[in-house]
Design a protein around this ligand. Sequence first.
Ligand code: ADP
Ligand code: MG
Length: 229
Amino acid sequence: MGIILKAENIHKTYGKGELAVEALKDCNLEIEEGIFYAIIGKSGSGKSTLLHILGGLDKPTGGKLYLEGESVFDLKDKELAILRRRRIGFVFQAFNLLQEHTVVENILMPIHLDNKDPDMEHFNEVIETLGIEDKLNYYPDELSGGERQRVAIARALVSKPAIVLADEPTGNLDENTGQEVLKLMKHSAEKFGQTIILVTHDMDIAKEADRIVTISNGRIFSIEDSLSP
Ligand code: ADP
Ligand code: MG
């Protein structure tokens, strides 16, 4: 399997002068295709910043990111937006659903924007596993936080992106639903050869991954194979 995503000497500083925060320092990471990664670290260690940069959502202050060999931050904004939509599924709390669209419209949006037809068998599997099949015609503001989170997960998975990036995806969910969501992500990754990068501060969740990246104080501290089967 090849390297799908490569981060080279990534730095990220927020703010300037005395207020500057060095959120990431000299991060090097090679993400192998088809592998499930967990990025673990304390609150404030730089996990979300790293994930945003890996997804091309936020520019680093220094360093390069290559997606399938292409230098992501050298692309024009429009090209980058298309690349993200076609190749990456985001499960971010801050990555909002469109309020004026129903649940089903939100979930199918990335596919429709590409003028493609959804795989309805996969769609049904995803919404049933997430337990949102009764919510398809609701609007996001008619749902609970956990339900909205599940819709965001469905939206990220239904288009079968090459890479799924998830920031604490089970954070708003009860333990059972959280476990189901993890299982669904793993199952979908295996079935479609997807690469998953999941951020968490919870070792029990990280253990589910194939490989665990530990981040501490903005630096990648270790990259290890997970011991669980
Ligand atoms: P984590 O996700 O591990 O909790 P973050 O990546 O969110 O960590 O944050 C890393 C560091 O960068 C923290 O010190 C945080 O306060 C800071 N930070 C994150 N986002 C911003 C921002 N938009 N502006 C300024 N500082 C930020
Ligand atoms: Mg975070």
